[in-house]
Design a protein around this ligand. Structure first.
Ligand code: DGJ
Length: 724
């Protein structure tokens, strides 16, 4: 529900349990007043402190700068006296910058507009507030958009900038959201990582200065995640305040929290301004991506569940989000580049007999690709490996009762490829400089429509050539040497964003032409696991680290924001290929239940004992899949924090069923059974666990005892069922 109180100039946006309040000072300056627990509408304008020194510019013109530098700006601007973090910077053709954005009007409407060319939250039961700010001197109009859904606690923001002047301007920074907070001590929670170690949860106090999490790699990245939360010191899974921002974008981002001289906090999020510069001709507009804001008064758990529901109900579009995903086997860790039709069919035969439903042929099936140093861009079947072509292989796999999926890395070009021979200028490069290779590959200049068309036609042709029901879209290097021969000098700063728009366009075309295709995004593991990608694909490969123990931390960080149905998780062979650890096959299976389930090993080579466990694991996946897809997630214990064990729970929406996933990482001698406290159950209901009955209250407050398991790396799934 969105209200505007005309008398007091106050906007109030209510979600299920929160209120977001803004006001206008001096008839001109849009200020942030409140974000927190839901309030009755009332005049909270006093919180703008316009009666205190410095007063507003109309009352105290001589101290205008002090006003601009202390007022809680709803969308901050710079160059005219606010020295804190700015959301927007414009340079005019005379080289000057400086803005003063003043309130001009607003409109409130039912529904929510899509964002041209960008992923965006969508759906029914929604209201939007659009506030117009303007700087007539610079000829700049800014439209701030805020949407709230009847069924959600999230607030969706975006920004559009228009050039209303008569000359071109350069947009050097345009962030999507700003949040001002007052007089509170917060800790910063972010999800940094590395390849094979993505999204580890980290918290640190912000005593002074700024905290930054960012990517300038052209992808949301392994190293940081487009997420930032300010949390109160007492914040746990179940209590304390959380102010979270999550960016619906897959490229460069900046998320920054700045503690000011007045001990206020300004948090901003948007496209990274480094190397960004967008030329806006007169009459042109720039649409910045969306940011999702969540406030939770009940700790991180409530924030997670709010984001999960928002993404399931209002971001993921694929019809697969409500369907059971096929249990797949991927040949990457099984064969790497060393495979042929015969080997794949042998894997498929064994897999089909065990109940696996889809074979995914990974990297190496095209051009003359025997290793990672050739052929990207040449999307034609490598006849030496696949004699008889793709159709023969796919038909054989289908004959075994299995679906077939395929791997692409569409955004790249190998210097050793026919494509590069024909079009060396199709790779991003800087004039006079040899571009840096990574994994022996270069990045296609997707700012060029002919390159985008070539890429799309290549994928489409392959998909039409056989019955292919799944695509793994990979991207294995960061962007560097970003220069294009196709854009004029003053538009080279547009390339990173144009690249992202082209990736989105390609994926949009793909799912439009092949609506039944199951698309899984991937980026060298989990370097592009972000809400932007989720708009196009219902699942994303979480990490190249498939070790059951490393995955506990990676999956915990991912589950903090994403529904489990979006998380690609596979059982792989041991010693694990990423870190060399050996864990029981059963534990690997239970860890992989935390997502879209599959195998990534040579099923013809594992021991018979392990092979015999596969049907049982598949049965467990099928049993828990609806709960995992639709249920509420509760984090009970974090191995990352306690270094001993990991535990989370999924509860059905009607609270009649739960599954608790428990991993004992290290066994300890001379210890008693472990007590875990469940969450999310009905206090008065009676539940059965292992044949014993408990009230929901007993399970949640008194706790459940688990016998220690013998050995390290042991796991179990505990079923909780209401007795009716
Ligand atoms: C990186 C992916 O994360 C892997 O699963 C695999 O597809 C390789 N790329 C193939 O090159």
């Amino acid at each position: 529900m969105i209200r505007y109180q005309e008398k007091t100039n106050i906007f109030q946006l209510d979600t299920l349990t929160t209120s977001y309040v803004m006001g206008i000072a001096d008839g001109s300056y849009l200020g942030h007043i409140y974000y927190g627990k839901k309030l009755q509408p009332q005049d909270l304008g006093y919180l703008l402190r316009t009666q205190e020194h410095p007063q507003t510019p109309s009352k105290l013109p001589r101290e205008k700068m002090s006003f601009l530098d202390s007022f809680p700006m709803e969308y901050s601007f710079s160059g005219t006296g606010d020295f804190r973090e700015s959301c927007i910077d414009i340079r005019d053709i005379h080289g000057q910058s400086g803005l003063e954005l003043l309130y001009r009007g607003h409109r409130i409407y039912h529904g929510k507009d899509g964002l041209q060319g960008l992923p965006a939250v969508w759906g029914e039961g929604c209201q939007t507030l659009e506030i117009t700010l303007e700087d007539t001197c610079a000829g700049i109009r800014v439209r701030l958009s805020y949407s709230v859904f009847e069924d959600s606690d999230a607030l969706i923001r975006s920004v559009k900038v228009e050039n209303t002047g008569t000359e071109a301007v350069y947009l050097e920074r345009v962030l999507s959201a700003c949040l001002e907070m007052d007089d509170e001590e917060y800790e910063m929670l972010s999800l940094p990582g590395a390849w094979a170690r993505e999204r580890h949860i980290k918290r640190q106090p912000l005593l002074s200065g700024s905290f930054v999490t960012e990517s300038v790699r052209g992808e949301s990245s392994h190293q940081d995640h487009p997420f930032l939360a300010a949390v109160s010191h007492n914040c746990t899974q179940t209590c304390g305040d959380v102010y979270a921002m999550h960016f619906v974008y897959s490229g460069n981002f900046l998320a920054k929290a700045q503690r000011t001289q007045f001990d206020t906090l300004r948090m901003v999020m948007g496209i990274h301004p480094d190397r960004f510069c967008w030329k806006l001709e007169p009459g042109a507009a720039f649409q910045a991506p969306e940011a999702v804001l969540v406030y939770s008064d009940a700790g991180l758990g409530k924030m997670s569940r709010t984001l999960h529901d928002l993404y399931r109900n209002h971001l993921i579009r694929s019809s697969y989000k409500e369907k059971e995903r096929p249990v797949l086997i991927n040949n990457w860790e099984a064969t790497y580049f060393d495979f042929d039709t015969e080997k794949l069919i042998a894997i498929a035969k064994e897999s089909a007999a065990l109940g696996i439903e889809m074979l995914v042929m990974d990297d190496g099936w095209f051009g003359h690709r025997d290793s990672d140093d050739s052929s990207l861009g040449d999307w034609v079947v490598y006849e030496k490996k696949l004699p008889g072509g793709l159709k023969y292989l796919v038909d054989e796999v289908n004959r075994l009762g299995m679906k077939f999926g395929i791997w692409f890395e569409p955004e790249m070009i190998s210097p050793d490829s026919r494509l590069y021979e024909a079009h060396p200028d199709w790779a991003f490069h800087l004039k006079g400089r040899t571009p840096s290779r990574a994994r022996d590959q270069l990045v296609l200049d997707l700012s060029r429509p002919e390159v985008v068309d070539y890429v799309y036609d290549s994928i489409s042709r392959v998909l039409h050539s056989a019955n292919i029901e799944y695509v793994k879209w990979d991207m294995n290097r960061a962007l560097a040497d970003i220069g294009s021969v196709a854009l004029p000098p003053d538009q080279q700063g547009e390339l990173s964003h144009r690249y992202m728009l082209a990736v989105y366009e390609l994926q949009e075309r793909l799912i439009t032409e092949f609506p039944d295709l199951l698309l899984e995004n991937c980026s060298s593991g989990g370097a592009r696991f972000d809400p932007g990608m989720l708009y196009y694909s219902p699942q994303i490969w979480c990490s190249d680290d498939t070790d059951a123990i490393e995955r506990l931390m990676i999956q915990e960080g991912t589950q903090l924001l994403y529904p489990m149905s979006a998380i690609g998780a596979h059982v792989s062979d041991c010693p694990n290929h990423a870190i060399g650890r050996t864990t029981p096959f059963e534990t690997r299976g239970i860890t992989a239940l935390a997502g879209t389930f599959g195998y990534e090993l040579d099923i013809t080579k594992i021991s018979e004992q392990e092979r015999n466990m596969v049907p049982g694991q598949i049965a467990a996946y099928k049993k828990y899949a609806p709960l995992i897809r639709e249920g509420d997630y509760y984090r009970i214990a974090s191995y990352q924090e306690n270094h001993k064990y990991d535990c989370y729970e999924i509860v059905s929406k009607d609270q009649s069923r739960a599954a608790v996933f428990f991993v004992q990482v290290l066994h300890e001698p001379s210890v008693r059974s472990r007590k875990i406290r469940l969450q999310g159950l009905k206090e008065d209901a009676v539940y059965e666990v292992d044949g014993r009955r408990y009230t929901g209250a007993a399970l949640m407050y008194a706790g459940l005892l688990r016998e220690r398991m013998f050995g390290d790396f042991q796991a179990e799934v505990i079923e909780v069922t209401e007795v009716v």
